[in-house]
Design a protein around this ligand. Structure first.
Ligand SMILES: N[C@@H](CCC(=O)N[C@@H](CS)C(=O)NCC(=O)O)C(=O)O
Length: 225
């Protein structure tokens, strides 16, 4: 059994989508980010960075893993799925996973901060992060032009990038003209395990996705900390 500490966010969904795809049994622990539960002392023992997602694998002496990319790799290696074993195939998945962790995630995350959450509007910052996100989308689109998935078969690289790219509207970034990206967004979104994964955590009292104003208020609380 795996304990999943999460909230309704792109990084949180990466872990829940992977757990659903891999049909691993897990128990969800919903952290209210707006109440800064992720900064509580008990949680910092699991993730010293004070962010979600994190997992604890009860079957491995309560082994804790933080950072969504590391969680994806751990789960893939634990099950022998969603990550090739040959050196080149594995490297390709890692390249597109790192592309998400170092590019898509941080750039879209900062686009959200300046486009949605920051009380003052700095147009140069909004433009910078939205334009860089769009450029990264174009890289994905180019890759997907002649590849069904990002790196060989469907893999943790697709899960990681999809969980962020699907939120393009919230970041204010267009996917117009990126037909291959749109095809891939729909194909992965149609997977039953993916649909289950993005319902986790299940209907807490108020989730970010239910109410955009609550999502903004929650993000502002975190930013002010
Ligand atoms: N690099 C980390 C980023 C995790 C992250 O930023 N999580 C956000 C939610 S998507 C969070 O916990 N925010 C609350 C906070 O910053 O206190 C990962 O990929 O796991």
């Amino acid at each position: 059994m795996i304990d999943l500490y999460t909230a309704a966010t792109p990084n949180g969904y990466k872990a829940s989508v992977a757990l659903e795809e891999l049909t691993l049994p897990y128990e969800v622990h919903y952290l209210q980010l707006g109440k800064l539960e992720q900064k509580a002392d008990w949680f910092l023992k699991i993730n010293p960075n004070g962010r979600i997602p994190a997992i604890v694998d009860r079957d491995e002496d309560n082994f804790a893993v933080f950072e969504s990319g590391a969680i994806l790799i751990y789960l893939a290696e634990k099950t022998g799925k969603l990550l090739p074993k040959d050196v080149k195939g594995r490297s390709q998945v890692m390249q597109w996973l790192m592309f998400q962790m170092g590019g898509i995630g941080p750039m879209m995350g900062q686009a959200n901060v300046f486009f949605r959450y920051w009380p003052e509007k700095y147009q140069a910052a909004i433009d910078r992060y939205q334009n860089e996100s769009r450029r990264l989308f174009e890289v994905l689109n180019g890759r997907l032009k002649d590849h069904e998935y990002l790196a060989g078969d469907y893999s943790i690289a697709d899960i990681a990038n999809w969980c962020w790219a699907r939120t393009y509207e919230w970041s204010g970034v267009s996917v117009d003209g990126l037909d291959h990206l749109q095809r891939w967004l729909k194909a992965i979104g149609d997977r039953p395990a993916v649909q289950r994964g993005i319902q986790v955590p299940k209907k807490p009292e108020v989730t970010e996705k239910d109410d955009p104003q609550k999502r903004i208020a929650q993000a502002q609380t975190i930013l002010q900390r």
